[in-house]
Ligand binder design. Structure first.
Ligand code: GLA
Length: 388
């Protein structure tokens, strides 16, 4: 029996009816391509979020985290999100709103939810999408709904956009929802369409988390979003009949954006070339050219740093330090940027000692510790109980 079973029983005095788990994700390549209709490759990882849930008869909703304080008790499904230490409930509550939108009977239904996570927060591994997807699967099963995986993934993203209020693309929820132990998730974000690309056995990921976050990280993300939209509008105004920024042919970018405000031009150049790097990475993976994939990862980081300007001196230092080390295939910043983490893709020969030496160099240079998290591809969101 899953250990969360007895914790749930102790907490709520009933057995859980469902236990679901969803993984965190790594953005393998495709930085800020998702909300521009581009392509992105991601990996679901071993670490993730597990939730147990059960129905209540009294219409109340209680949400708790394993090892956390008392449960948050709600008399009804709240229309507004919480802030501060209870803001984590916005993810399951937002998902509940999406699932129960057409069902007033389910909106009035009470439930208990217990959350357990082995996914560090703030490491750019999208613990929020993992919580959304695990909650979506659990509430979906609990209330006897019959949605497809695709519908659940899209609902989780809407919850994040509309209820939590973060204007993210589909990368995080898509990868957590469609992940696989031996493949990367490829998303064509126009559909969006989800598929997988086999990953050779023995590929490992190492996350180097700086724990540095730009104080304005959320507004910088929105600002980049707006700059990309501005680039698209300017291109359309100039007569380009394109729907997404990435529809502009790569060899026409430089001329097409030459007269744009300089920052907007840089964002467009990054996004369009990054989209093509993702497609090239799929080709090279298909051809077994891992070294070639590594070159694309470094090129992606360089472009994020120079053109999208979402790297930091810390992230640049880490990528430069990792490059060329034995066992390292490639490295780049992963996720939104403006701080956060660098991901290294390695083969099996890469060791903890090698990673520690990166951390020592980092500490010498910046005077602060670096968190090292080794991981590897893991399964996507799934029911653990009853077995899915
Ligand atoms: C964050 C967002 C994603 C994506 C990345 C950048 O992780 O949640 O949707 O935009 O940034 O690629």
């Amino acid at each position: 029996m899953h250990p969360l079973h007895s914790s749930f029983e102790k907490r709520f005095g009933q057995a859980p009816a469902v236990i679901a788990r969803a993984p965190g994700r790594i953005e393998f390549i495709g930085n800020h391509t998702d909300y521009n209709g581009g392509a992105v490759l991601g990996a679901s990882i071993q670490q993730g979020v597990t939730v147990a849930a059960g129905l209540r008869r009294d219409g109340c909703i209680q949400l708790a985290t394993l090892g956390g304080g008392p449960a948050v008790r709600l008399d009804e499904l709240p229309k507004q999100g919480r802030s501060g230490s209870e803001s984590w409930i916005n993810y399951p509550v937002g998902v509940a709103w999406e699932l129960f939108r057409e069902r007033t009977d389910l909106q009035r239904q009470g439930w208990n939810l217990l959350v357990e996570s082995d996914l560090p927060t703030g490491a750019g591994l999208s613990s929020s999408a993992a919580l959304e997807l695990s909650s979506a699967l659990a509430l979906h099963h609990l209330t006897g709904l019959d949605w497809s995986r695709r519908e659940l993934v899209l609902a989780a993203r809407r919850a994040e956009n509309d209820f939590v209020g973060v204007p993210c693309g589909i990368l995080d929820q898509g990868v957590s929802g469609y992940g696989s132990e031996d493949a990367l998730v490829f998303i064509d974000c126009r559909g969006p369409d989800f598929s997988t690309v086999p990953l050779p056995a023995g590929v490992r990921f190492w996350i180097f988390n700086t724990h540095q976050k730009h104080a304005l990280v959320d507004s910088l993300y929105s600002q980049r979003h707006n700059e990309c939209r501005q680039a698209l509008r300017l291109l359309q105004a100039a007569g380009r009949r394109i729907e997404h920024l990435i529809d502009l042919p790569a060899d026409e970018v430089d001329a097409a954006v030459a007269e744009f405000p300089a920052a907007v031009a840089r964002r467009a150049r990054h996004v369009i070339h990054e989209h093509h790097r993702v497609l090239a990475a799929v080709d090279r993976l298909g051809g077994g050219d891992l070294a070639g994939v590594g070159e694309l990862l470094y090129a992606s980081h360089h472009s994020s740093s120079e053109l999208f300007e979402n790297a930091t001196p810390e992230l640049d230092f880490l990528v430069a330090n990792l490059r060329g080390r034995p066992g390292v295939i490639g490295a780049r910043l992963t996720g939104g940027g403006f701080g956060g983490a660098v991901m290294a893709v390695t083969d099996e020969s890469y060791t903890r000692e090698a990673a520690e030496s990166v951390a020592r160099a980092y500490r010498e240079r910046f005077g602060s510790p670096l968190e090292i998290l080794p991981t590897r591809p893991g399964p996507g969101a799934r029911l653990l109980y009853p077995e899915g």
